[in-house]
Design a protein around this ligand. Structure first.
Ligand SMILES: Cc1ncc(COP(=O)(O)O)c(C=O)c1O
Length: 380
C-alpha cells in the first residue's frame, strides 16, 4: 500500500533517544534545540501582528518586509547582494528549504556529495528525490577532509554537493581554504551547491563564518539556507529561508508553492522585526552560548569522554571508551545513568567512525548541563 520511496525512510535515532529520555526520566543532552525560551520581545511582535489582523495567508515566497530584512542582513554581515524581491523564499524552517531545494534540483539517479557525519535530513531528502548520496568523510581530530576524496566521490552522475557550515554534529567551521577548494571543485564540475548555514551566528573563539556563496563565482551556483529558529532560539516557530540568485530560487518556489505554499503570517512579521534588532541581540546571544560551551568542556575535562572542542553550532562530539559502540553506550547511559545523548553512527553513510563518538548538545540551561554531565561521568 505504501509508495516505494517510504522504504528507505527509517525512524531516526533522535526520535528513539528522546522517547527513551522521557521513559527513563533522563536529563536530555541529546535533543538538538534549546530547553529555554526565546526572547519575549519577539512574542510580543507576533501577538501585535495577530491583533492587527495579519492572520491570513502570506505571499507564497514570504512577506516582503521579511525578505527585504533578510537581504539587508546578507549585505551587512557578508557584503552579499541578495534580490529581496526574487532571491529569497521563506520556508517552514530550514527543513522545508532543504526538502524543496533538493526536490527542485535532484532527478532520480543523480548523485549528491555529502560530508559525513551528515545531518540526517540530507540523505533522506536525496533518497526521496530518487538521488544517491555519496559520502566524503570529515576526519578526527579536527574534522578536516582530504581534497582527493572530493575527486574520488565524483562521477558523471554527480549533480550537487551539500555543505553544512557551521557543522552539526561536529561543531566544525569550514576555513576559507576549505571553502575555496569546494568552490573550485563545484565550479569545475558544474555542480549545484546547497549550503545549510542554520548556525551561521554561532561561532566561537576566532572562527569566522563565511557563506560559501560569497566566494568568487559561487553566487551563480549556490542556494544558501538558514533558519530564524536557531538564531532566535525559537525552533518551534519553524521560520527558515533559502536565498540565492533569482533563477535558482525560482525553481525552489515551484516546489514550495505545492508543499506549504506560505509560512505563518504573524511569525513572519515578528521575525521581520527581530532581524532589525540583530546587531544588539547577537553579542549576548553568542556570549551565552560560549559560556555554555565552555561550561560543558570544563565539566568533561576529567572524564572518560574526550571532547572535540567545537568552533560553531551548539554540539560537542566526545570520544567514548573503545570497548563499547556508540549506540550500545547511548542505550546504557539513558537507561542506567539517566542521561540522553545521541549516538553518532547514524550521521555516517560510509565510515564507521561514528561508532566511536557521542554527540552532546549544550543548548541547555546550565543546571541541565551540570546535572547531565554529572550523570554521564558516573559511567566508567
Ligand atoms: C544542520 C541543520 N539543518 C537544519 C536544521 C533544521 O532547521 P529548522 O528547525 O529551521 O527546520 C537543523 C536542526 O537541528 C540542523 O541542525
Amino acid at each position: 500500500m505504501f509508495a516505494n520511496r517510504i522504504q528507505s525512510m527509517g525512524t531516526s535515532i533522535f526520535t528513539l533517544m528522546s522517547k527513551l529520555a522521557i521513559k527513563h526520566n533522563a536529563i536530555n543532552l541529546g535533543q538538538g534545540f534549546p530547553d529555554f525560551d526565546g526572547p519575549s520581545w519577539i512574542f510580543n511582535e507576533a501577538f501585535k501582528a495577530m491583533t492587527e489582523g495579519k492572520n491570513q495567508y502570506a505571499p507564497m515566497p514570504g512577506i516582503l518586509t521579511l525578505r527585504k530584512r533578510i537581504a539587508s542582513n546578507y549585505k551587512n554581515y557578508y557584503d552579499m547582494d541578495i534580490d529581496s524581491e526574487n532571491g529569497v523564499c521563506i520556508t517552514a524552517g530550514a527543513t522545508e528549504a532543504l526538502f524543496v531545494t533538493i526536490s527542485a534540483y535532484i532527478n532520480p539517479g543523480d548523485e549528491v556529495i555529502l560530508f559525513e557525519p551528515a545531518y540526517d535530513a540530507y540523505p533522506a531528502d536525496v533518497l526521496l528525490a530518487g538521488g544517491i548520496p555519496k559520502y566524503v568523510t570529515l576526519r578526527k581530530p579536527d574534522f578536516g577532509f582530504d581534497f582527493n576524496d572530493l575527486d574520488n566521490a565524483l562521477t558523471s552522475k554527480t549533480k550537487a554537493i551539500i555543505i553544512n557550515n557551521p557543522h552539526n554534529p561536529t561543531g566544525k567551521v569550514y576555513t576559507r581554504g576549505e571553502l575555496e577548494e569546494i568552490s573550485k571543485f563545484a565550479i569545475k564540475n558544474n555542480l549545484i551547491v546547497i549550503s545549510d548555514e542554520v548556525y551561521e551566528f554561532l561561532t566561537y573563539d576566532d572562527a569566522i563564518h563565511i557563506p560559501i556563496a560569497s566566494l568568487p563565482g559561487m553566487y551563480d551556483i549556490t542556494i544558501t539556507i538558514s533558519s530564524t529558529g536557531k538564531t532566535f532560539s525559537l525552533t518551534g516557530w519553524k521560520i527558515g529561508y533559502a536565498v540565492g540568485k533569482p533563477e535558482l530560487i525560482d525553481a525552489i518556489k515551484k516546489i514550495h508553492q505545492w508543499t506549504t505554499f506560505a509560512v505563518n503570517t504573524p511569525g513572519q512579521h515578528a521575525m521581520a522585526y527581530a532581524i532589525t534588532k540583530l546587531d544588539e541581540y547577537l553579542p549576548d546571544f553568542k556570549k551565552m552560548y560560549l559560556g555554555k560551551r565552555n561550561l560543558m568542556l570544563k565539566l568533561l575535562e576529567d572524564s572518560t569522554f574526550v571532547a572535540h572542542t567545537p568552533l560553531g553550532s551548539y554540539f560537542i562530539m566526545v570520544d567514548i571508551p573503545k570497548a563499547i559502540k556508540d549506540e550500545d553506550l547511548a542505550m546504557r547511559l539513558v537507561k542506567d545513568y539517566q542521561v540522553a545523548t545521541v549516538p553518532t553512527q547514524g550521521f555516517y553513510g560510509k565510515s564507521r567512525e561514528g561508532e566511536t563518538m557521542l554527540r552532546l548538545c549544550f543548548a541547555k540551561t546550565d543546571e541541565t548541563i551540570i546535572q547531565g554531565i554529572e550523570n554521564l561521568k558516573k559511567y566508567v
